[in-house]
Design a protein around this ligand. Structure first.
Ligand code: ZN
Ligand code: ZN
Length: 261
């Protein structure tokens, strides 16, 4: 036994249990994730449809999921004790989702939620001034839902790309952003991995060619040449790397309860 190894004894009983506690927590997270996973056929059709939207299919579906969750919250959960508790503990939405909530929510729903949040913020402030413990701010509930959707659709696409129909639709679309490509590549079968690498190598080569063309035409010697499709190459490159920003969440589908809720 080295000096770093824990000594046996009652003091180390809790430490000895930790690996089992961590493993149990991981199993629980896995079960919860499976329970929240969209129905396989529904996920397949959503992914097929999203591949044809001209943006990263996972970015598209995650944005749609945020939209559905917020619509559901404002239509049905504004007075739900659990929903209110999680929003209160997070002091409302994060900046990004607050912008979405302002667009999707009703004035009354927003007023109810933020009256509660502001009251809680005031009591926290008074607790701090009085030297009392103030609860740590929790994660924005919309961020949690978004993260669950992202994992579910990443795993779903990694699996669905095993189907020839899905690969065909993927070929015709604009592909995954690099952020989501990394996640799918890590979870998928070797044959699908090779397919994705071939696909995205082609798309990235075209993008690089457009960026180089824009750089070339920035040279005064070629300034007289007409600017073509390379004009928006920097914006396309940014979207390819970090994902598509769904400004205004255009092209939204029907509201209602998210299957992931
Ligand atoms: Zn993406
Ligand atoms: Zn958020």
């Amino acid at each position: 036994m080295t000096s770093q190894e824990p000594q046996a004894g009652p003091g180390n009983a809790f430490a000895a249990l930790m690996p089992r506690v961590i493993a149990a927590a991981a199993r629980l997270r896995h079960c919860v994730r499976r329970r929240n996973r969209p129905d396989r056929h529904l996920a397949f059709h959503r992914l097929m449809e999203a591949c044809g939207t001209g943006m990263c299919p996972i970015c598209r579906l995650v944005a749609d999921g945020v939209e559905r969750r917020l619509a559901h919250l404002f239509h049905e959960l504004v007075n739900d004790p659990d929903a209110r508790r999680s929003l209160r503990a997070a002091l409302g939405f994060c900046r990004r989702h607050a912008t979405d909530a302002l667009r999707v929510g009703t004035p009354l729903g927003l007023a109810i939620i933020y009256e509660d949040v502001a009251t809680h913020a005031l009591s926290r402030l008074r607790a701090v001034v009085a030297g009392r413990h103030a609860d740590r701010r929790r994660i924005c509930p919309a961020c949690i839902g978004e993260s669950e959707d992202e994992v579910a659709y990443t795993e779903g696409l990694a699996e669905c790309l095993g189907e020839p129909d899905m690969r065909l639709v993927y070929t015709r679309g604009s592909g995954l952003c690099i952020r989501h490509l990394d996640g799918v590549v890590r979870r998928t079968a070797p044959a699908v991995r090779r397919f994705l690498v071939d696909q995205e190598a082609g798309r990235l080569s075209d993008l690089i060619a457009d960026l180089k063309e824009l750089m070339r035409k920035s040279d005064y010697r070629y300034a007289g040449e007409t600017v073509g499709q390379e004009r928006d190459a920097p914006a396309r490159a940014i979207a390819k790397v970090i994902g598509d920003e769904v400004g205004g969440m255009g092209g939204r589908r029907g509201g209602g309860r998210s299957v992931l809720l």
